[in-house]
Design a protein around this ligand. Structure first.
Ligand SMILES: Nc1nc2c([nH]c(=O)n2[C@H]2C[C@H](O)[C@@H](COP(=O)(O)OP(=O)(O)OP(=O)(O)O)O2)c(=O)[nH]1
Length: 329
């Protein structure tokens, strides 16, 4: 598809939209959509629809001049996300941008704020923006202070890559390439064999949806969740049950949770007990006291992991695992 093409889909129009994550002094400009517009009140990146014949970058420069009365230098693409709304499907491409001249002024938005990347997820973002916000929230933009960043070799995405290499011992280049091409610097022909996917808990792509799908296909699973709600166990109960009946997998499946901060209610523990008895899943509780004690846990360790591993066997017999982890809050 051409960059700025708008086509019909079974869910309606595909609207090609561009957004600017404008960086100044390590902070990012966040804008709140004005009243009377679609998605009024949600936070977004300033920008708008790509017009026929325009490239995405041309469209973004024009939109920023019109909306914020200033000029920006457009640096790297963060990602492209597709989101269905009731009025159509938005394909939002977000770019890191730097202020070139002028000061952003409000013409259409009801409010703008400069936020540190790590604080951005606490705003109420338009669903299409959630993926870009998560990616930007872990970027170190401080290093770009005062820079207009026209040199692609200085991209903040390079910072992410080098941090991954630094902090993920033993990560192979294929894992890193797949993370970059599948999640960070999205390419339409990606991802590779690891096919990473960001689950950002918006409609149609929630942790509950994905866990349900994985239970359908997994031969066995390991779940380690510090907190469990009775509602979550109830809503997934039938999936757990049919997974156990289908593959007899429950004998090899394990779930561990904790008493951390007394968050889990007695109802949640009753539901887990029922899960254990009905499906045979090996359910365990880490009884480590509260987080306030520096040496909680049987081995003096606090318990706060959130990870899921689903094992399945492909037709050629080789195993594959899928790991997920909730973004720490
Ligand atoms: N500009 C922008 N629009 C977004 C974002 N996230 C998101 O879902 N959208 C949606 C809201 C709108 O339905 C659509 C873009 O419309 P818009 O109203 O900003 O575009 P525009 O300036 O070209 O609009 P128009 O008033 O000229 O029709 O994409 C975002 O971060 N920035």
């Amino acid at each position: 598809m051409e960059e700025n093409e708008t086509v019909g889909t079974d869910t309606g129009k595909l609207i090609d939209v561009v957004g600017a994550a404008i960086v100044r002094d390590g902070k990012v400009l966040c804008a709140r959509r004005g009243n009377g517009k679609s998605l009024a009140g949600y936070w977004e990146f300033p920008g708008g629809k790509v017009k026929p014949g325009e490239s995405r970058r041309e469209a973004l420069r024009r939109e920023i001049e019109e909306e914020l009365l200033c000029e920006v230098t457009i640096a790297d693409e963060v990602c492209t996300s597709i989101q269905r709304y009731d009025f159509g499907t938005v394909q939002l491409t977000t770019f890191i941008c730097h202020l070139e001249s002028g000061t952003p002024r409000l013409t259409e938005h009801q409010e703008i704020r400069w936020e540190r990347p790590e604080d951005m997820p606490s705003l109420y973002w338009a669903p299409a923006d959630v993926e870009a916000v998560q990616l930007i929230s872990v970027m170190n933009l401080d290093r770009k202070q005062g820079s207009t960043m026209t040199d692609a070799s200085e991209s903040p995405l390079d910072n992410v890559t080098s941090e991954l290499i630094e902090h993920v011992p033993g990560a192979t280049s294929s894992v890193l390439e797949d993370v970059m091409s599948g999640l960070i610097k999205r390419r339409p022909d990606a991802p590779g064999i690891y096919a990473p996917r960001l689950i950002a808990n918006h409609p149609g792509n929630t942790m509950g949806d994905v866990i349900g799908e994985e239970l359908e296909n997994a031969d066995s699973f390991d779940m380690s969740v510090a907190f469990v709600s009775a509602e979550a166990v109830k809503s997934l109960f039938e999936d757990f049950k049919s997974s156990a009946e289908r593959s007899g997998s429950a004998q090899r499946s394990r779930l561990i949770t904790s008493t951390k901060n007394h968050f889990n209610t007695p109802a949640a523990f009753w539901d887990l007990l029922r899960l254990k008895h009905v499906t045979g899943v090996d359910v365990r509780i880490w009884n480590g006291g509260t987080d306030r004690s520096a040496h909680s846990g049987a081995q003096g360790q606090p318990f706060h992991p959130k990870g899921y591993v689903f094992a399945r066997h492909l037709e050629d017999g080789s195993p594959t695992t899928i790991c997920m982890s909730a973004v720490p809050t």
